[in-house]
Design a protein around this ligand. Structure first.
Ligand SMILES: Nc1nc2c(c(=O)[nH]1)N[C@H]1C(S)=C(S)[C@@H](COP(=O)(O)O)O[C@H]1N2
Ligand SMILES: [Mo]
Length: 201
């Protein structure tokens, strides 16, 4: 049997809610999402637009870096990869900073966003995504720790370097793979990913 629980994680039947700071209030009518930065074709979607895109149902395990894992969470949403293909990232785009309503951010590699199970999720267990879960729409990145799954997602900004997000600036790992226990950043972030190394003087 395939191992389901990453090292150092404890299973919970509960599904805790983890939000740092205020919970933003964003109605479906007010919600809009953008892909911007290093793309040929910047893209903007409303909630209605999102529902017209091809829909994907996914059941995935959810791993929080604070050591709880919840198995078999059922989501529905739109593949980020499909939207990125339409936005056409420029060749120099390697990373993204994800922005949420309320100011939360998290960084990802473009290749992590292009995985087929990365969604803009609007439905959880068959119901509209509740506000406290990031409704109307959150990012789902199930192969990385859950802090990457930005709630109340507002934009993906493509960049030619890694710009650290909210928790990453506090010392969380720049990538966050639960199977490698990438919880905290020990040592420097790989230099080739950072702006000050990628820009020639
Ligand atoms: N905008 C925003 N997204 C966020 C967070 C947050 O504080 N703000 N917390 C992250 C963390 S640490 C986790 S574990 C998951 C929790 O998702 P949940 O509250 O649906 O369990 O959301 C992530 N996304
Ligand atoms: Mo978390």
């Amino acid at each position: 049997m395939e191992k389901r629980v990453p090292p150092g994680q404890i299973l919970t039947e509960r599904f805790p809610i983890l939000t740092y700071g205020e919970e933003p209030e964003v109605s479906p009518e007010a919600w809009a999402f953008e892909i911007r930065g290093l793309v040929e074709n910047p893209l903007r979607l409303t909630y209605q637009d999102l529902l017209k895109e091809p829909q994907v149902d996914l059941t995935r395990d959810f791993h929080c870096v604070t050591r709880w894992s919840r198995l078999d969470v059922a989501w529905r949403g739109v593949r980020v990869r499909d939207l990125l293909e339409r936005a056409r990232p420029r060749p120099e785009a390697v990373a993204a900073l994800v922005h949420s309503y309320g100011g939360y951010t998290t960084n990802l590699l473009l290749e992590d966003l292009l995985r087929e199970d990365v969604l803009l999720a609007h439905t959880l267990f068959g119901k509209p995504l509740p506000r406290e879960r990031g409704g109307p729409v959150r990012l789902l990145v199930p192969h990385l720790y859950a802090w990457k799954s930005a709630k109340w997602v507002r934009a993906i900004e493509l960049l030619d370097h890694l710009e650290l997000g909210f928790w990453e600036r506090y010392g969380y790992h720049w990538r966050g793979d639960p199977w490698r226990e990438e919880r905290f950043q020990e040592g420097p972030v790989p230099g080739h990913l950072l702006r000050f190394r990628s820009r020639k003087p």
